[in-house]
Every structure is written in structure tokens, then in C-alpha cells.
Design a protein around this ligand. Structure first.
Ligand SMILES: [Zn+2]
Length: 451
């Protein structure tokens, strides 16, 4: 291989030139394949339409109108090892592109623009209803895409769309407003990102209020300068000078936000007392030796990943209802929880074993799932851990209303068979992430669950 960096002389530039050419060609090839994938995904909609008509012809009673699409997304998602919700979103994007931005798709297919450019053009222009105006917007954007990065193109797209179709701003905001939501994304190192999609006005107001509060914590005189205006000397000369908080403004903003959201009660939504009684819930798995401060084996936030041991110990000390879970020392399979009342016990056991919905790829946490009898009770399925699994509402419906089949093959392992007869194995997350460690041996080998 050549020595591009640090070499002088024309040979080095030649090598760099070749490298740049090869990278550009490679990107064009990738772009072209991605455009083909978008075409394939858009075909799913045609397939869905024909399946819906087929069902209507057979007059099969179905309540969920988008079931055919969900079936297709589940089948594709399992094969692509992606969540079916992601596949559904991609199908939506591909359909918008192929129906409303044909020239953009052509440029993508020709390798002239990247996926980032395509998303910027599609997202900012999707609200332009008039086809001729949309085509004008698309031409202008494709010209810009030839020399701008996707990030710049996205900002430009909003401005161009607003100029071409000013009336659509209110309408677009009305539609966008309906997508306001709060989500959380797991990050590395025991962190997670809380994202709130809000109308711009409250979003900026919230950030301003948090910033003012953070400054006030750091410097109690910040928000009330009038109080000490007559006698500025008393601020610094007080017998008990304010404690200097060494947290940064950013850290304070985050801490105050968490404090408010975990403790404050909404005043303008629903029954105040009922809402005040609701606490945030998380499922944290703490090895017993870590809880005792004797090991630094990580505690796990179920379905997400490791959290720091100080937080885990604090939670263990404060939590009012703490389930102790016996874990198989070699497989990580939860074996038992040490409480009585069998049905609640079984429910807790399955919450620990499953952590989230057990459809391939789905991560809906167990407290938003139903316990599903793998083999229906009506067909002789028993109510035991070997025949129960957590499924979210979406996949619970899919299982009952579509051709997807599932069996349990022992140790909590589910074998799913798709309508096209592809097979997928879904293992309990606790066993997938478990690292055998003698310090975890809380129960004798091979002890079966006591129910
Ligand atoms: Zn699910």
C-alpha cells in the first residue's frame, strides 16, 4: 500500500487522487443500490394492496386495516434483522419518494446524490401538495444537491419549500404537531438520550427556563438582582456565603429537568391525584454481591445495558419492592423469584426473563406487553413459563391474526415461523447477554423454576 500521508512529491498526490476517485465511485455504487432497495420496499405497498383486496374478496373478518402491511413488514424485518416498525417507516419513505420525487430517485439511482440528500429533499418537500410546485422545488434542490452537504441541503430545503408554498407552513405544522412525542435512546457508558419532539415555542421556552434555573442554582442572586440592589455588599459578606455548585450549566439543566419530570404533577391534564400517584418505573438487575459492595460486576438496566454501580446501589437501597432473582450460574436463565403468590410470581419471572416483547427485533419493554399463551389455553396450552411469553400489543395481534406461528422449545427460547416459512429463533435477552461468572452463582445448578 502507498504512503499518502507525510510523503512529498507528485506520486503522493497521484495516490490520494486515485483513492478519492475510488471512494467517489464506491459511494455512487452504494447510492445506486440504496435507490434499488427503496424501489423494492415501495413494491411492498403494491403487494399490500393486492393482499388487502384478496382478503376483502374472501371477506375474512379483520379489525386491523393495516394488518397486511404489518405482515409484510414483520416478514421483511425478520429477514433484514431490523425491527418491523423501522421497515414500515422505510417503506413509507420509499413510497413518498417514488410517488412524489421521481427525479430525486433517478438522481440517487444514477449515483449523483446520497441517501442524506434524498432524505433532505423528501422531508422538507413532502408537504408541497401541488405537483407542479413540488417539481419546481425538486429541480431547485437537485441543483443545490450537486454541491451541498446533506446537512446544508436540509436547512435550504425548509427555506425553499416555505418560499414556494407559503400557505403550506400552517398545514405542515398542524400535521407535524401531531407527531410530537418523547422518546429515549440508549447511549454508551450507562447513559441514555431523552428526546422530546415539541412545537418550537415551548421547546425553546423549556430550554430557557432550565438555563435560568441552572444559573440561579449556581448563583442565587441571578434571578433576583433587585433584592440586593440597595446593598450589594451583603451578597458576598453574608455569614453563610452561598455554596458554590461546581456543576456546569449543562449538567444543572439536565439534573433540574430530571428532577422536575420525576417529581412534578401536571396541572392541566386529567385527574391530578391519579397522575400524582404515578411513579417512573425501571427494571434494574443488580448482582447480589454488587448490591453489597463486594463486587463491581455491572448492574443492568433491563433491555438497555449496564449502569454504574453507585446508581444501582442507591436504587437497591431506595426501592420499596425489590425482587430477588436467582440466576442460573452458567446460562444466566432466571430460575426463581423469592416471593409467593404464584401468578404474580410467574409474571415477575417472565418480566425478568423476557425484558421486552419476544417478537424478533422488537424491544417494547415488558410493562407495555401482554403475557401471551404460546399455545392457546383453548387448545390445551398451560399457564406456565414454558407456554407464556411477553408480546407487545402489535405483535400479539400479529401472532393471532396472521400466519406467523410460534413455539417454545425450552429455556424460554421461542421459534417463530413466518408466513413464507422462514424460521427465526428468539432467545431470552437475559441469556444472550449473560457472561458466566462464579460470583453470580446464587442457586445450585439446574434447579428448575418452582412453579
Ligand atoms: Zn413487539
Amino acid at each position: 500500500m502507498g504512503h499518502v500521508v507525510g510523503s512529498d512529491g507528485p506520486g503522493a498526490w497521484k495516490e490520494l487522487d486515485d483513492l478519492v476517485t475510488r471512494v467517489v465511485e464506491n459511494r455512487a455504487a452504494i447510492a445506486s443500490l440504496q435507490a434499488d432497495e427503496a424501489s423494492l420496499l415501495a413494491d411492498a405497498v403494491d403487494l399490500m394492496i393486492s393482499r388487502t383486496e384478496e382478503r376483502r374478496a374472501q371477506s375474512r373478518p379483520r379489525t386491523d386495516s393495516d394488518l397486511p402491511l404489518r405482515e409484510i413488514c414483520a416478514e421483511l424485518g425478520a429477514a433484514m434483522r431490523m425491527s418491523d416498525r423501522t421497515v414500515q417507516a422505510r417503506i413509507g419513505d420509499a413510497t413518498t419518494l417514488l410517488t412524489s420525487f421521481r427525479a430525486t430517485h433517478d438522481a440517487w439511482r444514477a449515483g449523483l446524490i446520497d441517501a442524506g440528500h434524498v432524505a433532505a429533499i423528501r422531508d422538507a418537500g413532502a408537504g408541497i401538495a401541488d405537483a407542479a410546485e413540488r417539481a419546481r422545488y425538486e429541480r431547485q434542490m437537485l441543483e443545490a444537491a450537486a454541491h451541498e452537504s446533506p446537512g446544508r441541503l436540509r436547512v435550504l430545503g425548509r427555506v425553499v419549500a416555505a418560499r414556494i408554498d407559503p400557505a403550506s407552513i400552517d398545514e405542515r405544522h398542524r400535521v407535524a404537531r401531531a407527531s410530537r412525542d418523547v422518546r429515549v435512546i440508549g447511549l454508551e457508558d450507562g447513559m441514555a438520550r431523552l428526546i422530546a419532539d415539541l412545537p418550537a415555542v415551548p421547546a425553546y421556552a423549556i430550554c430557557d427556563r432550565l438555563t435560568q434555573m441552572a444559573h440561579t442554582v449556581r448563583d442565587p442572586g441571578f434571578a433576583a438582582p433587585d433584592i440586593c440592589a440597595d446593598d450589594p455588599c451583603t451578597v458576598g459578606a453574608s455569614a453563610n456565603p452561598p455554596q458554590l455548585d461546581c456543576r456546569s450549566i449543562g449538567e444543572l439543566r439536565a439534573d433540574i429537568l430530571a428532577d422536575i419530570l420525576l417529581t412534578a404533577t401536571p396541572t392541566a391534564h386529567g385527574d391530578r391525584d391519579a397522575l400524582a400517584a404515578i411513579c417512573g418505573r425501571v427494571q434494574v438487575i443488580v448482582p447480589v454481591l454488587t448490591a453489597a459492595g463486594l463486587s463491581d460486576q455491572p448492574a443492568l438496566l433491563a433491555g438497555q445495558g449496564p449502569i454504574d454501580s453507585a446508581t444501582a446501589r442507591r436504587l437497591a437501597a431506595d426501592a420499596p419492592g425489590w425482587d430477588r432473582v436467582m440466576i442460573h450460574p452458567h446460562t444466566g436463565m432466571p430460575l426463581a423469584v423469592d416471593r409467593y403468590r404464584p401468578s404474580a410470581e410467574l409474571r415477575r419471572f417472565l418480566a425478568v426473563r423476557d425484558e421486552h416483547c419476544r417478537f424478533p427485533g422488537c424491544r417494547m419493554p415488558v410493562w407495555r406487553c401482554d403475557l401471551d399463551h404460546t399455545t392457546d389455553a383453548a387448545r390445551g396450552g398451560v399457564t406456565s413459563h414454558e407456554n407464556l411469553a411477553n408480546l407487545c400489543r402489535r405483535h400479539h395481534t400479529l401472532k393471532h391474526a396472521s400466519e406467523w406461528k410460534v413455539t417454545q422449545v425450552g429455556s424460554g427460547v421461542l421459534e417463530w415461523t413466518s408466513p413464507t416459512l422462514r424460521r427465526y429463533t428468539d432467545r431470552p435477552p437475559s441469556t444472550v447477554s449473560f457472561v458466566p461468572e462464579s460470583a453470580f452463582a446464587l442457586s445450585p445448578d439446574g434447579v428448575p423454576p418452582p412453579f
